[in-house]
Structures are given as structure tokens and as C-alpha cells.
Ligand binder design. Structure first.
Ligand code: ATP
Ligand code: MN
Length: 266
């Protein structure tokens, strides 16, 4: 068996005490003993073969690149692993998404971080499944274990993740503003998300959309809520506003928020 190699050294922050402090803070925080055990089990089960460095280190989660070397010697498959953090600071913000969300199990101890973080990871996993079933472009969810979520890697063959829409380098050479068709594409996605998945993203912006080759990919759906959540429509209005603001800055002649709201919910 050639596959069971783990390269956690590069991410676990144990390469030396004198390593950059900020670096240690982000990496060590997440890859505690429990997390490493989960990753090792995933390696043993052939979900991934190697875990590489961080694609992104955020306040709620870190996302790592990973590779699965198929046992039959086929082409390596790239994956992304999102590992949620269990630090306290993050959670205050999330209360408003959780309260009123009937999918949050009763009996979850809201003062227990580990419980909460597992719930968010699970919510993201389930939401991704819904999006994927509805053929909305997003990372295909592959496996969830506790606060560790394995999904399809959205990136090129060299291992570079697709840029966020915010950072996308879109040629504006033609006569028509290329952002316009992306705007229309996104409105369609929002409608489908609402109508087919019964979800409101609730943190939709140019930061949580990846771009490649005229295609938009929705990511980061752990806070997304059912459309009967008491604040769903408030979150939807916020999403609509963020999207409108962004595309207006790109010179798109956007529709009024009200019109979009009706288009999505009608
Ligand atoms: P935080 O809010 O703490 O920054 P987050 O919850 O926003 O974390 P995500 O938005 O899901 O986390 O992911 C963070 C970044 O990781 C994304 O902006 C994107 O660049 C990258 N990323 C996430 N998922 C994937 C994926 N499946 N493939 C490639 N890159 C990804
Ligand atoms: Mn995000």
C-alpha cells in the first residue's frame, strides 16, 4: 500500500517552537489531537491519502488541500478539507442563524463549543448535499466526521484553488460587460437555492463564490437557513443587497432589490 502517507507536519505547527507565532496560532488551534485522529482515520479508510497546507485560514474554519491516490494507481484526486475551529470567539455571531433553525437538534448544548461546531459542520454538509442534488455548482460533499468536512476540491490540476469572485480576473475586452452574464447567472442560482433547496445562503457575497471559466460556485453554506427560518427573508434581503452592491461596482446595470426579491421568492 502506497497510499497511507500523511504529511501533517506541514500544517500541524510542530516543526519548531520558534515558528512564526501567528502561523502557529492558526494551525495549532485547529489540528489538535482529536482532529489529527480523525484525519488519520480518514487516511486509513482511503478517503484521502495526504493532507497538505492550508488553502485558507479564517476565523471560523481552515481549509486544507488534500490528495487521494487511488489504490488502482489511477490519477490522484484532489480534495478540500474544511476543519471548523472550536474557539469561543466565533460563536457569538452564529447564534442568530441557529435560533429558529429547526434542523438544529434539541438537546444540543449551546454552551458547549464542540457540540455547536459539530452542528455547523453537519449543517454545511447537509446543505452542500442539497445544493449538489439540485445541480447548483458547489463542492461535492464527500465525508463528514465531527468537525472535519471533506469535499471536492474546486481548483485546477496544478492544485491552485479557483479564485473567489472578488479576486477573479475577468477580461473586459469585449463590447459587453462580462460581469452582466455572471450577475444573471447568480440570480438564477439564488432562485434555485430558494425554490429547489428551500434555502437562503445568508452569507452570500463575492467572498463566498468561487469563479472559473464563466462558472460560479457557491461555497460556505454552514449558516444557510431553511426558507421558513424566522429570519430567512431578512437574510435573503441582505444577500440580495451584497450581490447588487458588488455587481454595481463592476458596472452592471442591476435590477432593484425589490424586483430580485420577488423574482427569487415568487
Ligand atoms: P472563515 O469565514 O473563517 O474565513 P469560511 O467559513 O469563510 O472561513 P469558506 O468560505 O468555506 O470558509 O472557505 C474559505 C476559503 O477556502 C474560500 O474562500 C476558498 O478560497 C477556499 N475553499 C473553500 N472550499 C473550497 C473548495 N472546495 N475548493 C477549493 N477552495 C476552497
Ligand atoms: Mn467564507
Amino acid at each position: 500500500r502506497h497510499a497511507n502517507k500523511i504529511k501533517l507536519d506541514s500544517v500541524k505547527g510542530e516543526q519548531g517552537r520558534d515558528k512564526d507565532k501567528a502561523d502557529r496560532a492558526t494551525s495549532e488551534l485547529v489540528l489538535d489531537q482529536r482532529t489529527r485522529m480523525i484525519l488519520l482515520k480518514m487516511i486509513q479508510r482511503g478517503v484521502v491519502s495526504e493532507v497538505h497546507g492550508a488553502i485558507s485560514t479564517g476565523k471560523e474554519a481552515n481549509v486544507y488541500g488534500a490528495v487521494l491516490e487511488p489504490e488502482d494507481g489511477g490519477r490522484p484526486i484532489q480534495r478540500a478539507i474544511k476543519i471548523y475551529k472550536t474557539a469561543i470567539l466565533v460563536f457569538k455571531d452564529r447564534e442568530r442563524y441557529v435560533t429558529g433553525e429547526h434542523r438544529f437538534k434539541k438537546g444540543v448544548n449551546k454552551s458547549n463549543n464542540r457540540d455547536m461546531v459539530k452542528q455547523w459542520a453537519e449543517k454545511e454538509f447537509r446543505n452542500l448535499k442539497r445544493l449538489h442534488s439540485a445541480a447548483i455548482a458547489c463542492p461535492e460533499p464527500i465525508m463528514l466526521k465531527s468537525h472535519v468536512l471533506v469535499m471536492e476540491f474546486l481548483g485546477d490540476k496544478r492544485g491552485y484553488a479557483y479564485p473567489r469572485l472578488r479576486d477573479a480576473n475577468i477580461s473586459e475586452e469585449g463590447t459587453e460587460n462580462p460581469w452582466r452574464s455572471l450577475y444573471v447567472q447568480l440570480l438564477g442560482i439564488m432562485r434555485r437555492l430558494y425554490k429547489v433547496c428551500s434555502l437562503v445562503h445568508a452569507d452570500l457575497s463575492e467572498y463566498n463564490i468561487l469563479y472559473n471559466d464563466n462558472q460560479l460556485y457557491v461555497i460556505d453554506v454552514s449558516q444557510s437557513v431553511e426558507h421558513d427560518h424566522p429570519r430567512a427573508l431578512e437574510f435573503l434581503r441582505m444577500d440580495i443587497k451584497n450581490v447588487g452592491d458588488f455587481f454595481r461596482r463592476k458596472g452592471v446595470d442591476t435590477l432593484p432589490d425589490r424586483t430580485i426579491f420577488d423574482f427569487i421568492t415568487a
